[in-house]
Design a protein around this ligand. Structure first.
Ligand SMILES: [Mg+2]
Length: 174
C-alpha cells in the first residue's frame, strides 16, 4: 500500500489558536484567537494535516493535570467542528525541569524550544516534512521548527486566517 504523504501545519496553541489567559485549561476559558477556526478549516480544505504542538508546563507546576489538558482539547475540537474545522493531532508537553510535581520534573526533549513533539509527529503521521511549516507566537516555537528543519512563521497577533493566507502564499512560492 502506498503511503501518501501530506504537508502538515504545526500550530502552537496558546496565543495562536486560543487566547492565552495564562495556563488556560478550563473549557469555559476557551476563547479563540480571531480567525483561528477559519484558518484551521482553510488548512483542512487545502489538504494539510493540522497538528497542535503545545508546552503545558502547568501540569509539571501542579496547576492542572494531563486529563484537564485532554478535556480542553476535546472541547476545542467540538467547538471547531461546529464550523467544519478539525485538528488532526494534539501533542502536549507536560514536563518542566523546575516543576513541582516530581513525575513531570524533567528536562524533556518534547519541551519547546526542543523539537521532540514535531519530530514524533513527523515519525507517527504521514507528513511530507519539506512542505510543512509551523506557526507560533514565541521564539521557542521558531527554535523548535528550525531544529526540526521546517519553516517557522512568527504570529504576533491579529487575525490568524489573514496571517495564514500570507503564509500559504509564501509556501506556495517556495
Ligand atoms: Mg504560544
Amino acid at each position: 500500500m502506498s503511503r501518501v504523504l501530506r504537508p502538515a501545519a504545526f500550530l502552537d496553541r496558546d496565543g495562536v489558536i486560543n487566547v492565552d489567559h495564562g495556563y488556560t485549561y478550563r473549557p469555559e476559558d476557551l476563547t479563540f484567537v480571531d480567525g483561528a477556526p477559519a484558518a484551521i478549516r482553510r488548512l483542512n480544505e487545502a489538504g494539510y494535516l493540522v497538528v497542535v504542538v503545545t508546552n503545558q508546563s502547568g501540569v509539571a507546576r501542579g496547576y492542572y493535570g494531563e486529563a484537564d489538558v485532554a478535556r480542553f482539547h476535546a472541547h476545542m475540537q467540538r467547538e471547531l467542528a461546529k464550523v467544519g474545522a478539525r485538528i488532526d493531532a494534539f501533542y502536549a508537553c507536560p514536563y518542566h525541569a523546575e516543576g513541582t510535581v516530581a513525575a513531570y520534573r524533567v528536562d524533556h526533549p518534547d519541551r519547546k524550544p526542543k523539537p521532540g513533539m514535531i519530530l514524533r509527529a513527523l515519525h507517527q503521521l504521514p507528513i511530507d516534512r519539506e512542505r510543512s511549516f509551523l506557526i507560533g507566537d514565541q521564539p521557542s516555537d521558531m527554535a523548535a521548527a528550525a531544529s526540526a528543519d521546517i519553516a517557522g512563521y512568527p504570529f504576533s497577533g491579529g487575525d490568524l486566517d489573514d496571517f495564514l493566507v500570507t503564509v500559504l502564499l509564501q509556501e506556495n512560492a517556495a
